[in-house]
Ligand binder design. Structure first.
Ligand code: PHE
Length: 338
C-alpha cells in the first residue's frame, strides 16, 4: 500500500466530521471502531509505515501520528461531553423521592386447607391420637381389596378411579385415605388411635362442587370395648371443635364395605343438617385381613372431605376458590397474619 498525504488528510477530516456530528454515546462507540480502531483507515496507514523507506517513514510517521492524536483528542473530548450530558439527564429523570412510602411485600402464608389440617391434627393429638400418612400412589389391594372391596364389587364403581399404567402393576391414585387404616393396622398392634389427613383423587371434572384432587382426613380407633357410642362422642367433639360449640351431629344409616354398621355423619350448622362425612364400626373382615384379633378388639373409623369442611364452615360457594390459590381468597384466612 502506498501512502498519500491527500488521503491521510481526507481520512482525518472524515473522522473529525463524524465525531463532530454525533450526539449520542452509542454512535460514538461505533465511530471509535470505524475511525480509531485497528481496521480504521488511519490505523491501516500507520501499519503500512513499515514498508516505506526510512526517509519517507519519518515524514509520514509524523503526519499519521499527529492525525491520529487529533482524532483521539476529538474523540475524548466528545466522549466526556456526551457522558456529562447523559449523567445530568439521569439525575433529572431518575430522581429518587425519599419521601415516598416504602413498598410492602406480601408475606407468604398457609393455605386454608393446610391451616385446617393442622387444626385437626392438633385437636386429635390432644386426644392422644397419632398422625399417620401413606402414599398417594397406592396399591389396588390396599385401596380396595383389603377394605373389603373386591374387583367385581359394585362399590368399586362408587369411586371413579385413576388407574396407573401399566395396569398389571395394579396401582391407583388413592381414592380415599382409608388405605392408611390398613397400613396402620398391618404395622401396629392395638390399641390404635390415628388420624390420616392427605390428598385423594377421583376422576371428576373441576367445577363449583367437585375437584379431581381433594383432601380427606381419616380417623381410626381399634381397642378393647370400642362401640358406636365412642364413635358418636368423638365425632361430636370433632364437629364442635371445627364448627363451634353449638353444633350437633347425627348419624344416618348408610353403606361402606369397610364398616359395618355404616353411617353418614351430618352436622347441624347454621340452622340446617349438612352432610359431612362417612363413618362406622370397622368391618370384622377388614380387622381379620389385618391380623387383628376380632374377639378382643373392635374399632371405628370415619372419613371427612377437607374441602367440604371448608365449604360448609366458611360458606364458600365455588370450589375454584379453594383450588386456584388466588391470594385475595387465601388472605381472608390469615395469609400474612399467621
Ligand atoms: N373412605 C370413605 C369415602 O371416601 C369414607 C369413610 C371412611 C367411610 C371411614 C367410613 C369410614 O367415601
Amino acid at each position: 500500500m502506498s501512502l498519500d498525504k491527500g488521503q491521510i488528510s481526507s481520512d482525518l477530516d472524515k473522522a473529525l466530521l463524524a465525531i463532530a456530528s454525533t450526539n449520542d454515546l452509542d454512535s460514538l462507540k461505533q465511530i471509535k471502531i470505524d475511525y480509531i480502531g485497528d481496521k480504521s483507515a488511519l490505523a491501516k496507514a500507520n501499519q503500512s509505515l513499515a514498508s516505506l523507506d526510512p526517509g519517507q517513514r519519518a515524514e509520514f510517521g509524523k503526519l499519521i501520528g499527529s492525525a491520529r492524536s487529533e482524532v483521539n483528542q476529538a474523540f475524548e473530548l466528545k466522549s466526556a461531553q456526551l457522558s456529562k450530558q447523559r449523567d445530568s439527564q439521569v439525575l433529572l429523570t431518575e430522581k429518587v423521592d425519599v419521601t415516598l412510602p416504602g413498598r410492602r411485600t406480601l408475606k407468604g402464608g398457609l393455605h386454608p386447607l393446610t391451616i385446617l389440617t393442622n387444626e385437626i391434627s392438633d385437636l386429635f393429638i390432644g386426644l392422644g391420637y397419632n398422625v399417620a400418612e401413606g402414599p398417594e400412589l397406592e396399591s389396588e389391594w390396599l385401596n380396595f381389596d383389603a377394605l373389603n372391596i373386591p374387583a367385581d364389587h359394585p362399590a368399586r364403581t362408587m369411586q371413579d378411579t385413576f388407574f396407573i399404567q401399566p395396569l398389571e402393576a395394579k396401582l391407583v391414585l388413592r381414592t380415599h385415605t382409608s388405605p392408611v387404616q390398613i397400613r396402620t393396622m398391618l404395622e401396629q398392634n392395638p390399641p390404635i388411635y390415628v388420624i390420616c389427613p392427605g390428598k385423594t383423587y377421583r376422576a371428576d371434572e373441576l367445577d363449583a362442587t367437585h375437584t379431581p384432587v381433594f383432601h380427606q382426613v381419616e380417623g381410626l380407633v381399634v381397642d378393647e370395648d370400642i362401640t358406636m357410642a365412642d364413635l358418636k362422642g368423638t365425632l361430636d367433639y370433632f364437629a364442635k371443635s371445627i364448627f363451634g360449640n353449638e353444633v350437633t351431629t347425627r348419624l344416618r344409616p348408610s353403606f361402606f364395605p369397610f364398616t359395618e354398621p355404616s353411617a353418614e355423619v351430618d352436622v347441624f350448622f347454621n340452622g340446617r343438617w349438612i352432610e359431612w362425612g362417612g363413618c362406622g364400626m370397622v368391618n370384622e373382615k377388614v380387622l381379620a385381613t389385618c391380623g387383628v384379633d376380632t374377639k378382643k378388639y373392635s374399632g371405628f373409623a370415619f372419613g371427612m372431605g377437607l374441602e367440604r369442611t371448608l365449604i360448609v364452615k366458611y360458606g364458600i360457594t365455588d370450589m375454584h376458590d379453594i383450588v386456584e390459590g388466588d391470594i385475595r381468597f387465601t388472605q381472608s384466612f390469615g395469609v400474612g397474619k399467621k
